[in-house]
Write a protein that binds this ligand. Structure first.
Ligand code: B12
Length: 220
C-alpha cells in the first residue's frame, strides 16, 4: 500500500502534469487508506497548483495547460471534499464569498470557501467574475456578517475597494475580508477592509477574529 507521502506526491504530480486519472486514483486511494482528506487537498492538490503557478510565470506553461491542471485539481477535490468533516465551530456565522468582477480565477477562492464550510459557517458562494453590486445585494439578502472577496489580478482588485465602500455605506456592521495573490495586508488596509488572510489555511481564524471584534463593537 502506498504511504501518505507517496499519495501526496501522486496528487501533486497529477495536478502539475494534468493527469486527471492519476489524481482521481490517488484521491480514492487516500480515502481507502484513511488519510486525512483536508491534508490531501492542501498538501497534495493545492501544493501542485502552486508549482503550476510557477511554471506559468516562467512561461513553461500557458493557459491551456493551466486549465488542464485546474481540471485535474477539481477532479481530486470532487472526490476528497465530501469526506472533509464539518467542525462545530460554535461561531454561527455567515459569509458571502466570490471572485471579483473581471476575475475568473476561482481555485483559491474555492479553497477558502471550503475552509469556511468545514468550519461550520453558512457560505453563500457567488462564484467568479461577480458584478460588484452583487456582493452588496447578497450581503443584504442574507444579512451575513462577513463578506470575503478574492482577486488574482492587479486590475481587478480595484473593484474590491468599490465594493467595500458600497457595503459600508449601506451597512457599517459588516466585516470585509480580502485575499488573493496580488492582495497584501497593506492593500487590504488601504482599501478599508477589516481583514486579510494570505492563505485558505488562516482565512477562518481571521474571519472569527473579525466577527469577535464586530460583536464587541456592537455591544458598546
Ligand atoms: C490558474 C491560473 C489561471 C486559470 C484560472 C483557472 C481557475 N478556474 O481559477 C486560467 C487559465 C483561466 C487563467 C486565466 C488568466 N490569467 Co491566470 N493564473 C493562474 C495561475 C497560474 C494560478 C492561480 C491559482 O489558481 N493558484 C493556486 C491557488 C491555490 O492559489 P491562490 O489563487 O493564490 O489562492 C490562495 C491565496 O491567494 C488565498 N486566497 C485567494 N483568494 C482569497 C480570498 C480570501 C477572502 C482570502 C482570505 C484568501 C484568498 O488563499 C488561497 C489558498 O491558499 C496564476 C499564477 C500564480 N502564481 O498565481 C495566474 C495569474 C493569476 N493569471 C494571470 C493572468 C494575467 C491571466 C489572464 C489575463 C491570462 C490571459 N492572457 O488570458 C487570464 C485572465 C482571465 C480573467 N479574466 O480572470 C496573472 C495575473 C497578473 C496580475 N498580477 O494581474 C497571474 C498572476 C500569472 C502571471 N504572473 O502573469 N489563469
Amino acid at each position: 500500500m502506498a504511504t501518505k507521502e507517496e499519495i501526496l506526491e501522486q496528487l501533486k504530480d497529477g495536478v502539475i502534469n494534468y493527469k486527471e486519472d492519476q489524481v482521481k486514483e490517488a484521491a480514492q486511494g487516500s480515502l481507502d487508506a484513511g488519510f486525512v482528506p483536508l491534508e490531501m487537498i492542501m498538501d497534495g492538490l493545492a501544493a501542485g497548483m502552486e508549482v503550476v503557478g510557477q511554471l506559468y510565470e516562467r512561461h513553461e506553461y500557458f493557459v491551456p495547460e493551466v486549465l488542464m491542471c485546474a481540471d485535474a485539481l477539481y477532479a481530486g477535490l470532487a472526490i476528497l471534499r465530501p469526506h472533509v468533516p464539518k467542525a462545530a465551530s460554535g461561531v454561527n456565522a455567515q459569509v458571502v464569498i466570490g471572485s471579483i468582477q473581471g476575475d475568473v480565477h476561482d481555485i483559491g477562492k474555492n479553497l477558502v470557501k471550503m475552509m469556511f464550510d468545514v468550519a461550520g459557517w453558512d457560505v453563500h458562494d457567488l462564484g467568479r467574475d461577480v458584478p460588484l453590486e452583487k456582493f452588496v445585494e447578497e450581503q443584504m439578502r442574507t444579512d451575513s456578517e462577513v463578506v470575503a472577496m478574492s482577486a488574482m489580478m492587479t486590475t481587478t482588485m480595484l473593484g474590491m475597494k468599490k465594493v467595500i465602500k458600497m457595503i459600508k455605506e449601506k451597512n457599517p456592521n459588516v466585516a470585509i475580508m480580502l485575499g488573493g495573490a496580488p492582495v497584501t495586508k497593506d492593500v487590504a488596509n488601504l482599501f478599508g477592509a477589516d481583514g486579510y488572510a494570505e492563505s485558505a489555511g488562516n482565512a477562518v481564524a481571521e474571519g472569527i477574529r473579525m466577527i469577535a471584534r464586530l460583536r464587541e463593537m456592537q455591544k458598546k
